[in-house]
Write a protein that binds this ligand. Structure first.
Ligand SMILES: Nc1ncnc2c1ncn2[C@@H]1O[C@H](COP(=O)(O)OP(=O)(O)O)[C@@H](O)[C@H]1O
Ligand SMILES: [Mg+2]
Length: 306
């Protein structure tokens, strides 16, 4: 088994290092803190979901990680390197070196619609000094090797996203930061992105992927952070998210099913006794795990799509 696979299977508690850490990361526009004291930890080798409703600060955070937006406060460490905020040669040189090891796609991919996919890749090749093999490999991974001849304006949204990802991964980065790559895609397009990300993760690339819709990325991520109004509401593995929620208590009586949330296991007898005292005839008592969607709605206090 390759090292990356061992890391993925053994989880993040086995001395795997964090590839991104932020401390108190804050961005204020005027008096409003759109990112507010974020302490993020993205484990190496993870597919890390960055979730939050629209306007919760996901893009701003990712832009700060990529030095596209300057933090108001707090610190960022990427790939084991503290990212200084200064404009001196030292800090700028450090940022350039680290950014060279990251691939990113923020908001819509910047591609030329009147050129073909291949021609767009050629431009990226010149900018980044990529080899022929790197260009070919990137197009193969995103399954655009044959569609590369087509004009990008004739691409579907999913194809455009995949071209954007090809441009982001061609220089073989260790870390990939993707902002809402599934936004607007149909289920088949989302599935393509999922397979692509899992393939890259299998090669040891750490992936941070944002979305405002949990359902879109739930099956591709292993670890996640949920933010709301720029603040961290949860961070951990998907399993830990489930564990933190007590399964609902469901009691079937003559009158129907009673559902109670957040009843600890040792309180079950009291709830049952109380119902019996109130005259209910009980047929069944069971527990039901909340869906991830329910847990999210509780975390962010917002219904439906995050
Ligand atoms: N340059 C800016 N100036 C002022 N407000 C901004 C700027 N960029 C983003 N915002 C505000 O910051 C908040 C978070 O935005 P954003 O990071 O884009 O959220 P998300 O990506 O989660 O939808 C929003 O309320 C947005 O309007
Ligand atoms: Mg955004």
């Amino acid at each position: 088994m390759r090292e990356a696979e061992v890391r993925r299977e053994s989880g993040r508690d086995c001395g795997a290092m964090d590839i991104i850490t932020t401390q108190g990361l804050t961005k204020a526009y005027g008096a409003t803190r759109v990112v507010d004291g974020l302490d993020l930890r993205v484990p190496q080798g993870s597919v890390f979901g960055f979730l939050g409703p629209n306007g919760s600060g996901k893009s701003t955070t990712m832009k700060m990680l990529l030095s596209l937006v300057r933090p108001t406060n707090g610190s960022i460490e990427v790939l084991g390197t503290p990212m200084g905020r200064g404009n001196g040669d030292g800090d700028r040189g450090t940022r350039r070196r680290v950014l060279g090891r990251i691939g990113s796609l923020i908001e819509a991919p910047s591609v030329y619609p009147h050129l073909t996919g291949n021609e767009n890749m050629r431009i990226q090749q010149m900018i980044l000094g990529l080899t022929e093999a790197q260009v070919r490999r990137a197009l193969e991974i995103v399954r655009l090797d044959t569609a590369g001849q087509k004009l990008v304006k004739q691409y579907s949204l999913g194809m455009k996203q995949r071209l954007g990802i090809a441009m982001a991964i061609a220089h073989q980065p260790e870390l990939l930061i993707l902002d809402e790559p599934t936004n607007g895609l149909d289920p088949a397009g989302i599935e393509e992105i999922r397979e692509l990300l899992l393939e890259l993760a299998g090669e040891g690339v750490t992936i941070m992927v944002s979305s405002h819709q949990l359902a879109e990325i739930e099956r591709m991520i292993d670890t996640l952070a949920v933010i709301d109004h720029g603040r961290l509401m949860f961070q951990g593995t998907k399993a830990e998210l489930f564990q933190q929620a007590t399964p609902d208590l469901l009691i079937t009586t003559d009158a129907g099913v009673v559902r109670r949330r957040d009843v600890p296991a040792d309180a079950t007898p009291y709830v049952v006794t109380e119902l019996v005292r109130a005259g209910a005839r009980i047929h069944e008592v069971r527990r039901e795990q909340q869906t991830l969607e329910d847990i999210f709605i509780e975390l962010t206090g917002r219904g439906g799509a995050l």
